[in-house]
Design a protein around this ligand. Structure first.
Ligand code: HEM
Length: 470
């Protein structure tokens, strides 16, 4: 331990309060912190950060919340080599293996070099075509709902849409005929990706052969068998379709010239399937909900979309001319950041914000909390897209807002996610207003992605009809 770390105090926190002081720290953490974390983790973390500051002890020497922008910058950027994903991310291994999201060290570095080129902007026009055609089919389907004034399950719709976009962009023609089975498999394994469940002590141990676990394993097997089959066939025929499988298959490490193994390709594709559609679905569903609750915002999106696109489908190049729509999505991800929490394990003792953080502890980082700190955001609970106007953003620290994290492990799919969200929101706004029941008031269901705790039922009203019956 460095002398600096050894002589610095632990961060303050709820365990400093007088209650149960006679009990050991870990027991106090169970009694004082755990109930809040299980009841409503995002809101509990906001409460403790507002009360104790941007670096908080949740369990003595074991678990810390870091929400202050300088602290977050220190962990994910300035001293990132000291902060690994570590053993806690093992829970994702059955699904993601050694993919980018869950790996560390040299393996992560090598994979990032290989995978990153697949997400370069030069691939976006092709992605935009896939997004556009899949979104148009979804919006066509909504005609029947609009005619019958029947609500859609907003998140459910975007889950299917983003899954279709990902599967098509990964496998292109090889997908034909397999889509329903693969879609079902993804939806099945998703039911098991529950973050709160992962820390629930009453959960069955990992080796216990429960029916749910068997269904999870079956779903993973369906997907990986399909991936292995496609990869094998592509290697045999030397096909390069320009899709994600091809980009990964033909990628070569610029330092060693090595390709990826089939196993590694499987891990990266499973990682993207998981990391790449739940999050986008929540971002879009929350944005629609917020637009429905703020008609003034919705009207401005419609005006912008009408003046830039008219009734034409958006091309990739149009998106830069939709700055208000972009601000609405940014603000929606401030209020409801899909990746509301992530974590790191310090390899060595460290000091954050003047407090001692021991090696091997758990450092919890939450965009949800930082995005609501009153010292960074005026009226943080208010939905106000114009707070992202350049002139109102200048003075804000870089790490006041990080829905995609930042630094070397920033989300590799960030610009793809924004492309998807912008196109889906713009295309839906061309045709429909989405109306929410006045009583719809969702709470939070913090899975790996931040989901509403109830179905977001929204009724599509065709724009022509909305203009006739304001
Ligand atoms: C609104 C949508 C999205 C949000 C909010 C989001 C957010 C994030 C965040 C915060 C991280 C860092 C997590 C950590 O450090 O523990 C991350 C990592 C990652 N994301 Fe995303 N993501 C989104 C969409 C996507 C998409 C569309 C893809 C790919 C198709 C993707 C693939 C990944 C991968 C592979 C990583 C791991 C990167 C690495 O560690 O090198 N994400 N994402």
């Amino acid at each position: 331990m460095s002398t600096e770390a050894a002589s610095t105090p632990a961060p303050p926190g709820p365990l400093d309060d007088a209650e149960y002081r006679y009990l050991p720290g870990l027991v106090r953490a169970y009694l004082i912190v755990l109930p809040g974390v299980i009841r409503n983790p995002p809101e509990y973390f906001v409460q403790v950060a507002r009360r104790y500051g941007g670096v908080v002890t949740l369990s003595p020497r074991r678990i810390f919340l870091v929400a202050d922008p300088d602290g977050v910058k220190h962990v994910v950027q300035d001293n990132h080599t000291n902060y690994i994903k570590g053993p806690r991310y093992k829970v994702l291994k059955p699904l993601m293996g050694d993919g980018l999201f869950s790996s560390d060290g040299e393996l992560w570095k090598r994979q990032r070099r290989l995978v990153q080129p697949a997400f370069q902007k030069k691939h976006h026009p092709r992605m935009a075509e896939i997004i556009c055609s899949a979104t148009a089919s979804m919006l066509d389907r909504w005609e029947a709902n609009a005619a019958a004034r029947r609500a859609i399950d907003a998140r459910g719709e975007v889950i299917l849409l983003t899954l279709e976009i990902l599967l098509r962009s990964m496998f292109s023609g090889d997908l034909i005929g397999h889509e329903p089975v693969l879609r079902e498999a993804v939806i099945e394994y998703e039911k098991h990706m529950d973050l709160v469940g992962a820390v629930n002590l009453a959960k069955l141990p990992a080796w216990f052969p429960s029916a749910g676990r068997r269904r999870f394993q079956g779903a993973v097997r369906t997907l990986e068998q399909f991936i292995f089959r496609v990869v094998k066939e592509r290697r045999r025929t030397q096909t390069d379709n320009g899709d994600l499988v091809s980009l990964l298959l033909w990628a070569r490490d610029e330092e060693t010239g090595q390709p990826m193994s089939d196993r590694q390709i499987r891990d990266e594709l499973m990682t993207m399937l998981q990391a790449g559609h739940d999050t986008v679905s929540d971002a879009v569903a929350w944005t629609w909900f917020l637009m429905a609750k703020h008609p003034g915002v919705r009207d401005r999106v419609e005006q912008e979309v009408d003046s830039v696109l008219g009734a034409q489908p958006p091309q990739f190049g149009d998106l830069a001319r939709l700055p208000y729509t972009d601000r609405v999505i940014q603000e929606s991800m401030r209020v409801y950041p899909p990746a509301w929490v992530f974590a790191r394990t310090p390899v060595e003792d460290d000091v954050i914000g003047g407090y001692h953080i021991p090696a091997k502890s758990l450092v919890v980082i939450s965009p949800y909390v930082t995005h609501r700190l009153p010292e960074l955001w005026e009226n943080p609970e208010t939905f106000d897209p114009d707070r992202f106007l350049p002139e109102r953003s200048e003075a804000r620290p870089r790490f006041a807002y990080y829905p995609f994290s930042a630094g070397p492990r920033q989300c590799v799919g960030a610009s793809l996610a924004m492309l998807e969200a912008q196109m889906i929101i713009a295309m839906a706004a061309q045709r429909y207003q989405l109306a929410a029941d006045p009583g719809l008031s969702p709470g939070l269901k913090p899975r790996i992605s931040l989901t509403a705790d109830c179905t977001l039922w929204l009724t599509p009203v065709s724009r022509a009809r909305a203009a006739r019956e304001p």
